[in-house]
Design a protein around this ligand. Structure first.
Ligand code: FES
Length: 100
């Protein structure tokens, strides 16, 4: 299957950094690769440590547990950085540690 990954810009509000993230990587993977101390624990969509406000843009979410991110939270604009791949330029703000 030939699938070419696009690259989008991901702005991390907490650190004030903007990084490149390809569509085949999660925001968390790109952030860690860029040396950003993004809060996470499981990296598999189960713990909600990486829960973040999706302030701008669109993501596609990989499978995750409803306990980590339920439908109501999704509707309110939250996402899981470890499960979210960008579908546009995005801005996120993690909730775990105020001020990072
Ligand atoms: S790090 Fe556990 S849900 Fe993302």
């Amino acid at each position: 299957m030939a699938r070419s990954a696009k690259t989008f810009q991901v702005t991390i509000r907490n650190s004030g950094q903007t990084i490149a993230c390809t569509t085949d990587r999660t925001i968390l993977q790109a952030a860690i690769a860029a040396g950003i101390d993004y809060p996470y624990a499981c990296a598999t969509g189960n713990c909600a440590t990486c829960v973040s406000k999706l302030e701008e843009g669109k993501v596609s979410l990989l499978p995750h547990s409803d306990a980590a991110l339920g439908k109501a939270q999704l509707k309110s604009g939250l996402t899981l950085a470890c499960r979210a791949r960008p579908r546009s330029d995005v801005t996120v703000n993690w909730l775990a540690r105020a001020g990072g």
